[in-house]
Every structure is written in C-alpha cells, then in structure tokens.
Design a protein around this ligand. Structure first.
Ligand SMILES: Cc1cc2nc3c(=O)[nH]c(=O)nc-3n(C[C@H](O)[C@H](O)[C@H](O)COP(=O)(O)OP(=O)(O)OC[C@H]3O[C@@H](n4cnc5c(N)ncnc54)[C@H](O)[C@@H]3O)c2cc1C
Length: 406
C-alpha cells in the first residue's frame, strides 16, 4: 500500500460508506474516490420504511457525518453514475464523460427495485422504496384517511403498511402468495404478522395479484387479478430488488445472481472486489454461495473486503441475520439453513412473543423470533455451533437461554 495508490469504490450506499471508512481505518494513505449516483452521502436504509415514513426525519442515519469525508480526504463524487468498467486499463467511466483510474476497485452497487410492467404502472403516485428520496416522496404524500395500496407482503411492503397505517392511512396489502413474507419466515411467523396487521386495521389480501392500475394522470384504483377495483390515492410497490450487476457483467466479471465473490470479497478479476447486496458470496460457514439483502451483510462484508484490499486479509464469515419492525413487533431471522427436520418453539407461536428454533438432529441451524431480541442474541451464538441441544430445554421458559450455552 503506497500513498500513490488509488482505491475507487462504486456505490455510495451502506456498504460503500463502511468500506471507505474501513480503508482509512486500516491505514490506507493513498487516494480514495467514492462514486455514487444518489445525491446523498452514504446512509443506512432501515429507517426509510420505518421511522422516516412515520414522520421522524431525525431517524435518518448517515454512515458518517459530512465532516468525516473531508477530514479523511475521501473524494466523494455524488450524483454520478459509473457507466463502464475497463478491466484491462483499470479505468471506470462516469456518466459525465469523465473517468477515474484505479489500482484497486470495490463494487458496492447494491440492488435496484424490481418494477412492475403492468397497464397503468407509470401513473403518478405509484411509488417504489429504495432511497431516501423515495421515502421522503412517499411520506410527503401521506395524510389522515388517504387510501394506500401496498403491492407485496414481504418485509418492505409490510413495514410500509405498518408505518403508513400509523399515519392514519387506510391500507390494503396485496400479496400473491398464501402467506406473508412466505419465502423468508416460518408459517407461524406469517400467521402472527397477519393477525398483527389485521388487528391494527390493515386490510391484508392474500392470494391476490395485481393486474393493473387505473387513474387519470394519477392512480385512483388498483385492479386485482380477479378484476376487483380497490380505490387508491397512492400505491407503494415492494416486490423485491434486482442486484445492480450491469457494470460488472458488461466488463466480463463472473455474475450469477449477483457478482460472484469469495469469502474475501474478491471477484473473478484481479484487484476488483465487491460487497453488499450486489454480491453472491461464499459463506465459509455454509460452504456455498449466498446473496443477502441485509444491514449486517452490507456493513460487515464491506469492512472485510476493504481490509482485504488493504492487505489485512479478512474473511467474511457470519451467521446471516436480519430484522424487521412492524407496529410494535420486532422480527428477527438468523441462519440460512437449506433444511431442518423440526421447529421447537419457546413462547406461544400464536402470539407476538416467541422464538422458533430450526433443528437438524440435535443442532440448531436457524432461529426466528418475534419480540425476543435477548433470546435471539443467544440463539445467534448457538447456530452452527457444535453444542448438542435438547428440545425440552429449548422450549422450557424456566431454563435460561444462557444456560443452554454452557
Ligand atoms: C426500505 C428498506 C428497509 C430496510 N430495512 C432493513 C432492516 O430492517 N434490516 C435489515 O437487515 N436490512 C434492511 N434493509 C436492507 C439493507 O438496507 C440493505 O441490505 C443495504 O442497504 C444494502 O447496502 P448496499 O450498500 O449493498 O446497497 P445499496 O444500499 O443499494 O447501495 C448501493 C448504492 O450504489 C448506487 N449505485 C448503483 N449502481 C451505481 C453505479 N453504476 N454508479 C454509481 N452508483 C451506483 C445506488 O444508487 C446506491 O446508492 C432495508 C432496505 C430498504 C431499502
């Protein structure tokens, strides 16, 4: 690492922000250029669908304050998009026609929202939620009694539903599947959140697809696949993201459901690294590649990749973990098992106060909790460990979770 070296980071999101911080933390004294197409310095996204939509702008969470970038001599090129990557010349071209050379490059381009291609999808007041500006636009359109249709009963859709309901809106959620958050959580968790939302007055419509939107300039109705017309002053679509791989793929990097990287964030090209939502990375705990969309992964994979770039080789090897907050319920999911043979519950799975342990033999391979953050902290340490666990003790509230670790 010399002072004359250039490190370039493309994508000024959570991962990009943590990466440049970690580079300076690792003692890199060369030039750092951070390129981001949003007009904002790096920030964390979780508040966008929660506090910020609930009208609490103070919850905005920049990764670091403005002064940090100046004090650490990080050249932030905001509002600029990287358009082409030349691996042989080690050059990144930007959309204003300029270019930057790099000695080492980190791609932290995240994901772009999956957009609906349906009649009426271009009407005004149909929103997607990925950025601070998206969140502000949705929040600015809310008001008591406004009718909001949320398309998608996954994490983002349900967080939006909860937040806008708390702003006095009449909310309908359209979910194609037969349960909420179906790809990510146990059926008991889906059922608990269905009750929670219904009790709070959210109209959840399972097995209901969206066919089109209608309106005169601005959306007035969402039309379901069954032909039902649901009045809407606003629609928010939350149907997932697509990893932003175009730059990498066009340059010839290995891409397969994300940029393929090893446990150190190394891509298929020398001196090119990637981190965050955009990667399909090798997780050494599982011995397979996974792509995650979570705060933990954006934060810690980026730090590991940045340290590796600086010569302090560090593998990213963690039990995947994420959370969601909806009304007064905190949901946490840990582990990513491909299979398990049974689920043991501590607490009542028909309430909003329980944890489910996914067991394979006598080993814990995953856990999901509702309003049990302390139990989850212990579960995260037990997952993937070599401690045999007993179903009866796991289920028994009188046995402390900490005792299970002994
Ligand atoms: C509304 C919302 C709520 C969330 N809540 C939670 C939660 O409660 N818990 C949890 O664990 N996770 C949550 N997440 C997920 C978490 O925020 C993401 O996993 C994380 O933000 C990913 O960070 P990233 O830096 O990899 O990607 P991103 O945050 O997507 O950042 C990538 C950045 O790169 C920019 N970019 C892309 N291509 C280019 C290019 N060619 N040139 C320049 N810039 C480019 C993008 O515009 C973006 O600014 C939430 C996400 C959202 C959207």
């Amino acid at each position: 690492m010399s002072e004359s070296e250039f490190y370039v980071v493309v994508g000024a999101g959570h991962a990009g922000g943590r990466a440049v911080e970690a580079m300076r933390g690792a003692g890199f004294a060369g030039r750092i250029i951070l390129i981001g197409d949003e007009p904002h310095l790096p920030y964390e996204r979780p508040p966008l669908s929660k506090e910020l939509l609930q009208g609490r702008p103070e919850a905005h969470t920049p990764v670091r304050d403005d002064a940090f970038y100046a004090e650490n001599d990080i050249d932030c090129r905001l509002g600029q998009r990287a358009t082409t990557l030349d691996l042989d010349g080690k050059i990144v071209m930007l959309d204003d026609g300029s270019s930057v050379s790099y000695d080492k490059l980190l791609l932290a381009t995240g994901g772009a929202v999956r957009r609906l291609a349906l009649p009426g999808a271009d009407l005004a007041n149909i929103h997607y939620l990925r950025t601070l500006d998206d969140s502000r636009a949705i929040q600015g359109g809310l008001g008591d009694g406004k009718r909001v249709v949320v398309v998608g009963g996954g994490f983002i859709g349900l967080e939006v539903a909860a937040s806008v309901r708390q702003q006095g809106c009449a909310v309908t959620v359209l979910e194609m599947a037969d349960r909420l958050m179906g790809r990510a959580v146990l059926p008991e968790i889906s059922a608990a959140f269905l009750s929670l939302h219904t009790d709070q007055g959210v109209n959840i419509r399972l097995n209901t697809g969206i066919a089109s939107f209608e309106g005169d300039g601005s959306v007035s109705h969402a039309i379901t696949a069954d032909g039902e017309k649901i009045p809407a002053d606003m629609a928010v679509v939350g149907v997932g993201i697509i990893p932003e791989t175009a730059l990498a793929a066009d340059a010839g990097l290995a891409v397969d459901n994300g940029i393929v990287v090893d446990e150190f964030g190394r891509t298929s090209a020398p001196d090119v690294y990637a981190a965050g939502d955009v990667t399909n990375h090798l997780n050494p705990l599982y011995g397979r590649h996974i792509r995650l969309e979570s705060w933990q992964n954006a934060q810690n994979q980026a730090i590991a990749a940045a340290k590796t770039m600086c010569g302090d080789t560090q593998a990213y090897s963690e039990v995947p973990w994420m959370w969601s907050d909806q009304f007064d319920a905190n949901l946490q999911v840990a582990g990513m098992p491909e299979s398990w043979d049974r689920v043991v519950f501590r607490g009542n799975p028909r309430s909003t106060d329980f944890i489910g342990f996914q067991m394979a033999g006598d080993r814990l391979v995953g856990a999901m909790s509702v309003n049990r953050p302390r139990d989850m902290r212990v579960a995260r340490r037990l997952i993937g460990g070599d401690k045999p666990l007993d179903d009866a003790a796991l289920a028994d509230e009188s046995v402390s979770m900490r005792d299970l670790m002994r």
